[in-house]
Each structure stands twice: as C-alpha cells, then as structure tokens.
Design a protein around this ligand. Structure first.
Ligand SMILES: Cc1cn([C@H]2C[C@H](O)[C@@H](COP(=O)(O)OP(=O)(O)O[C@H]3O[C@H](C)C(=O)[C@H](O)[C@H]3O)O2)c(=O)[nH]c1=O
Length: 189
C-alpha cells in the first residue's frame, strides 16, 4: 500500500478519495499529487491528457455539473490548492445501483485530500471560501461538442449545497431539469 498517495473508496462505486502524505520541514511541505501505478493498482485507468485549473473568487459560487459523453467520457482527479470547496459527483451510469445519487465532500488546501471522479459521473463544486483554486487532471481531451451537464439546482438530484448558490454561469443555470426520460451517460468500453 502506497502511504504517500493512498486511495479510499467512496460510497459511489469507482470513485475514490486520495489521501496525500505531507512531508513537512522547516522549508514548508511536499506531497505527491499523482501516482499512476497506485491508480492502476486500484483499477483507475487515468493518465492525464489535460491539466486544468480554475480560480473562483466569490464564496458560494457553483461551477458544474459537467461531464463529457463517450468517446470523450473522462476520469477527473480534482485538487484544491487554495481556499475550501464542496466537491460533488453525481452517478450518471444508467445501470448503476446508485444512478442519480450524489456524493459531496469538502476539499481544501489543508485537507491534503483529492477526489477521483470516474467516467459516467457529472462533477461540480461550490466555493466555501473566497479565492478557491481548483486544479484537475482530465483523462481525455476537452471535447465541447460532447459536453453535457445538469443544473446544479436540479430537484431530482437534490444536492445539499452548504451555502446559498450564487454566480452560476448562463450555461450551468440554463440547463433544463432532468425528467424520467433522462438516461444518463451511456458507457462504452
Ligand atoms: C473545461 C474547459 C473549458 N474551456 C473553456 C470553455 C469556456 O469558454 C471556459 C470555461 O469553461 P467552463 O465554464 O466549462 O469552466 P467551469 O465551469 O470551471 O467547468 C470546469 O469545472 C467544472 C467543475 C468541471 O468539472 C468541468 O470539467 C470544467 O468544465 O473555458 C476550455 O477551453 N478547455 C477546457 O478544457
């Protein structure tokens, strides 16, 4: 078991929390952000094709809930490097026992935890402080033509955001709520 970069399963199968061991000394701290072999050993096939970051200056802002359709469905590994956020993943795998269920947890610069969001999930977060810096690794290239999303306020999903939601983009806030015909993200191997 790699103690420098260890994975803990989340309640939604295939999703994990990563715990990063912190090496602190008088100069500050060091920690490993990625470890391909540890991911492979846990069955997570995710080599970063693209690395993104976002800065969200206003507390309460929500970005999400985003996903890409096959063949651009992606694994995301999300890190918070400044401030604190509430990170949310929604299971959109049609045959999953937890279809349309969500999991959320706090990430911060000091939690030294990050999350693995598998293919077939929507992802988003709420800034719980000002100036939240999010960095994430994507396993596929950005494919806007294959991008999908859910409205963060969708009552069917009913995410319990810790703060009143502010600052939605037109794209995110304009998403129609899903109905009984919504069939998630078809996963092709
Ligand atoms: C993701 C992405 C976006 N863009 C462009 C598209 C827009 O003009 C602009 C902002 O994109 P977006 O509104 O999707 O950014 P966020 O709302 O922060 O969404 C991101 O953060 C949430 C939490 C996610 O999980 C998504 O993966 C990611 O899209 O950057 C690119 O040019 N390349 C990219 O890879």
């Amino acid at each position: 078991m790699n103690q420098d970069f260890s994975l803990e399963p989340l309640p939604l199968a295939g999703a994990f929390r990563i715990r990063h061991k912190v090496f602190a000394d008088q100069r500050g701290m060091f920690k490993r952000i990625g470890c391909h072999q540890t991911l492979l050993d846990a069955g997570v096939d995710a080599q970063p094709r693209q690395v993104n970051c976002s800065m969200t200056p206003v507390k309460g802002t929500v970005r999400g809930m985003h996903y890409q359709m096959p063949p651009a469905a992606e694994v995301k590994i999300v890190n918070c490097f400044h401030g604190e956020l509430f990170d949310v993943l929604i299971d959109l795998r049609p045959n999953s026992a937890t279809f349309l269920q969500w999991h959320g947890e706090r990430l911060s610069a000091d939690s030294h935890t990050s999350l693995i969001v598998p293919k077939g999930f929507a992802h988003g977060f709420q800034a719980l402080s000002d100036n939240v810096l999010m960095m994430y690794l994507n396993s596929t290239d950005y494919s806007p033509d294959l991008e999908g999303g859910l409205n963060p306020l969708d009552p069917t999903i009913n995410v319990k955001w810790p703060l009143p939601v502010v600052g939605l983009s037109a794209k995110d806030g304009g998403r129609e709520f899903i109905d009984s015909h919504f069939d998630g993200i078809p996963l092709v191997t």
